[in-house]
Write a protein that binds this ligand. Structure first.
Ligand code: MG
Length: 322
């Protein structure tokens, strides 16, 4: 479970590190880069405060800890958004448009799987940012089709467009390969190949793959200049930026600092990249001075402890069947 703790804290620390820089331009960050945890002065938040990314990831994790139930997952999103559950300061912040609309639709009485929007404009990173727990939960779902259905349904609670589904799958496959102990390059090649093979065979997804073709030639992608990487909230940009940060650096610290200093959607890019770096380098690679100021560690620990109990139970059930 140590690798999962690394992934979770890697994600949360990346988010918190990025909050003060969100929407800053890359040019401004080049002059005064983020180098450590800082307060988000404009928002009146102390250093180490995490945002919607961590909140929604924790909603997903705690819900999965109680079993796969999309209505329950949406209730948690609703409670986060309206009552500040899973937040440090008791108030949600940073929610994206598509997620907000889905939560409103749910509040009006629609069932969870009918709430996500599926227009091309609904491809922000709001589903990608909460996928991390699935990478660990799906280890205990042996059936491949069932796994894919869970990824797509989980994404569709807010983001039902096929492009978002593919981004979530690539990220989950990559986390799973790193979790399984694969080397960095091999993990990416496996994840990307697997996603392309799977989606190429599905007519309704096939055309969407073109948006991810930059990742197919991994070496060329990694060799890109930072001017060729966009860190916007568009799901393809966020996924690419996070992968680029992870593959162009050699430590947790360098990876998330690079992500934050790309600017724009810095907290989400750093959270997603931080999840990858955390699972790969381990929790001990996260600078202790950042861990010390991370807010709400009690909330995070409570949620992952519950999630671990679920995973252990699932592992035991699987062992029994085998
Ligand atoms: Mg955020």
């Amino acid at each position: 479970m140590q690798k999962i703790i690394g992934a979770v804290y890697g994600f949360c620390v990346g988010d918190a590190l990025g909050v003060p820089a969100e929407f800053n331009s890359r040019e401004a960050l080049r002059i005064t880069p983020v180098e450590t945890m800082q307060p988000a002065e404009e928002l009146g938040l102390p250093a180490g405060t995490w945002s919607d990314d961590t909140s929604m990831m924790l909603c997903t994790m705690e819900s999965l800890a109680e079993g796969l139930d999309y209505e329950d997952m949406m209730v948690r999103f609703y409670r986060w958004f309206n009552f500040g559950d899973y937040t440090v300061a008791g108030e949600s912040f940073g929610v994206g448009n598509t997620t907000r609309k889905a939560i409103h639709t749910f509040a009006k009485g629609k069932s969870a799987l009918e709430c996500g929007r599926d227009s091309e404009n609904d491809n922000g990173n709001g589903s990608l940012m909460r996928m991390l727990p699935l990478a660990f939960y799906l280890q205990y779902i042996p059936n491949e089709e069932e796994r894919m259905q869970i990824i797509h349904d989980c994404a569709s609670l807010t983001h039902a467009h096929k492009r978002s589904h593919i981004a979530c799958s690539i990220y989950i496959f990559l986390c799973m390969a790193l979790f399984a102990g694969k080397e960095k390059k091999e993990a990416a090649q496996l994840a990307i190949r697997k996603a392309f093979k799977y989606y190429k065979a599905l007519p309704e997804y096939k055309d969407e793959l073109q948006h991810y073709k930059a990742l197919e030639d991994l070496d060329a992608f990694i060799a890109r200049e930072d001017s060729e990487i966009s860190s916007s909230g568009y799901v393809v940009d966020t996924l690419e930026a996070a992968i680029w940060c992870f593959y162009t650096t050699h430590s947790y610290k360098a990876c998330v600092l690079r992500a934050v200093n790309l600017g724009d959607d810095s907290d989400t890019v750093a959270a997603i990249a931080g999840g990858l770096a955390g699972v790969y380098y381990g929790v001990e690679a996260i600078p202790s001075e950042w861990m010390d100021v991370l807010q709400g560690k009690d909330i995070i620990e409570k949620v992952y402890a519950k999630f671990f109990r679920r995973l252990r139970k699932k592992a035991a059930q699987l062992a029994e069947v085998e």
